[in-house]
Structure formats: structure tokens, C-alpha cells
Ligand binder design. Structure first.
Ligand SMILES: Cc1cc2nc3c(=O)[nH]c(=O)nc-3n(C[C@H](O)[C@H](O)[C@H](O)COP(=O)(O)OP(=O)(O)OC[C@H]3O[C@@H](n4cnc5c(N)ncnc54)[C@H](O)[C@@H]3O)c2cc1C
Length: 245
């Protein structure tokens, strides 16, 4: 039977800076349910005058961590909710959340075969939940992450991705679209067909692909994967926001 997803009051247990514009909030939940990697929670903030705003945030942590979830939030300068989560929220604060939500953009150990993940910016968040779960569950089927960020400093989870790379059949490729550190050996352009082919080819046409990020990136990458020969029904997408800039 489908469970009704009720609002509950989460408590902020920890806050971690990931990059200058991105923070991870660890939320303790009184009514925690194991999620499937790729799912999200809704956050609802309510002001004293009753005005409320609601946004969705993907779960970054794996379901193996009981009782709490990590949400990783990029600060959108002119945004309503994300600057509040960055600049105002402190450890110990409480706000309403509901989840886990979503049944399509999910992957877990029960799904066999090669895994191709394509991320733009904070779109890496749900894919990181998949990679963390994959590592915790000891899955060794080949997996690849292609991750587009503007600059090296804006790569989220960099040190952890470095540790996971090369383990259990995972390869990680980066593309930096605005600037590169000296000696950069990764890609240095926006995601295109040639890049998708190069990264995806070793996984073959049986791969299951998950693409997440700004709308424009998701469209380019999903179309490119189809042109590279992946059947449309093996490409799952999640759009975070309108901006591709
Ligand atoms: C299923 C789902 C999962 C999501 N998971 C995450 C996540 O894990 N981490 C995360 O940081 N965000 C995530 N988002 C995006 C998040 O829900 C908000 O849209 C985002 O935080 C902006 O909210 P805001 O109130 O700060 O900005 P708003 O006040 O809503 O918007 C302010 C301005 O920014 C633009 N904008 C809105 N969203 C974005 C965006 N993502 N990128 C660039 N410009 C934008 C708007 O068009 C507007 O011009 C997710 C969205 C969805 C639908």
C-alpha cells in the first residue's frame, strides 16, 4: 500500500561547506524512511506571517545511513530559499520536510548492468547518493560519471569522488567549462556528442543512464546519448532549474 508522505520537522544536525557556493545540511528526521538513491525531499519554510515557500532537494546520502539525510544545496544568488538555507539556517534549527519522493529517477543495487551518470553542477547530488550506495552495497558492475562544472573549485564532493574513482569499476571524468587549473588533463568544454560517446562507449548499449543538472545540459546530454546509440528508455533525466548558463 502506498504510504502518504506527511510533513515532519527535521532538525539541522550539521552543516558542511562543500564549495564556496554549496553546502551540505545533515537533517535528523523523527520519521526516517529508507530512500532509493535519486529520490528527493521537499522543504517547506514558513515565516511568522504565515507566508511559506517550498522547494525540492535531492538526497545526497545513501540509504545505509539510518535516521538522517544529507541535502546538498547550491546558493542561487537571487533565489528565495537557497540563500536562506545558506545564510540563515544554523545547526539546531528546525524546519518542515517531506519525503522520500520520486520513483523514476532512482537507482539501487537491485538494478543490474553498467551505469552511466552525467551531471551538471549540483545535478551531481542524486548521482552521488547512487555512488555512495553502490560503494556501500559492494556493487562492481562498471560505472562511469561524467561531471561538468564551471571551475575546479566548483566541483562538489571532489575528494570523495577521488577516493571512489578506480574502486569497484568506477571511472570519473570531469569537464570544466569556464576555467581550468594549470596542467588540467580533463575535458575543457561543454558536454557534447563526442564526449558522451567517449565516456559512454566502454559501457556498451546495455548501460542505464541518469542525467541530472540544469535544463539545457540535461537536454543536450540526453539527446547526445540517444545519438550515441542508447535507447531512449534507458536514459532517465532530472531537471533542477531553468538555467543552463
Ligand atoms: C527534483 C528536484 C531536485 C532538486 N535537487 C536539488 C539539489 O539537490 N540541490 C540544489 O541545489 N538544488 C536542487 N533542486 C533545485 C531547487 O529545488 C531550487 O529550485 C533551487 O534551490 C533554487 O531555489 P531558490 O528558491 O533559491 O530560487 P528561486 O527563488 O526559485 O529562483 C531564483 C532564480 O534562480 C533561477 N533558478 C532556480 N533554480 C535554479 C537552479 N537550480 N539553477 C540555476 N538557476 C535557478 C530561477 O529561474 C530564478 O531566476 C532540485 C529541484 C528539483 C525539481
Amino acid at each position: 500500500m502506498k504510504r502518504t508522505i506527511e510533513w515532519q520537522r527535521a532538525t539541522v544536525k550539521a552543516i558542511k561547506a562543500e564549495t564556496p557556493e554549496v553546502k551540505t545540511l545533515t537533517l535528523a528526521l523523527p520519521d526516517w524512511t529508507a530512500h532509493r538513491p535519486g529520490q528527493h525531499y521537499d522543504i517547506r519554510l514558513t515565516a511568522e506571517d504565515g507566508y511559506s515557500a517550498q522547494r525540492s532537494y535531492s538526497i545526497a546520502s545513501p540509504p545505509e545511513r539510518a535516521g538522517e539525510i544529507d541535502l546538498t544545496v547550491e546558493r542561487i544568488a537571487d533565489g528565495e530559499v537557497s540563500p536562506y538555507l545558506h545564510d540563515v539556517v544554523l545547526v539546531g534549527d528546525r524546519f518542515e520536510v517531506r519525503g522520500p519522493i520520486g520513483g523514476y529517477f532512482v537507482w539501487d543495487r537491485t538494478i543490474d548492468g553498467p551505469l552511466l551518470l552525467v551531471a551538471g553542477g549540483s545535478g551531481v547530488v542524486p548521482l552521488m547518493a547512487m555512488l555512495r550506495h553502490r560503494a556501500a552495497a559492494g556493487v562492481t558492475a562498471p560505472a562511469r560519471l561524467l561531471y561538468s562544472a564551471r571551475t575546479y573549485e566548483q566541483i562538489i564532493y571532489g575528494p570523495e569522488l577521488e577516493k571512489l574513482t578506480g574502486r569497484d569499476g568506477l571511472a570519473v571524468s570531469y569537464t570544466l567549462t569556464r576555467s581550468r587549473p594549470p596542467g588540467w588533463k580533463g575535458y575543457a568544454r561543454r558536454i557534447d556528442d563526442a564526449m558522451l560517446k567517449e565516456v559512454g562507449a566502454p559501457l556498451g548499449r546495455d548501460a542505464l543512464a541518469y542525467v541530472c543538472g540544469p535544463t539545457a545540459l540535461v537536454e543536450v546530454a540526453a539527446d547526445g546519448l540517444e545519438r550515441a546509440g542508447l535507447p531512449a528508455e534507458r536514459i532517465r533525466t532530472e531537471r533542477f532549474g531553468p538555467s543552463g548558463a
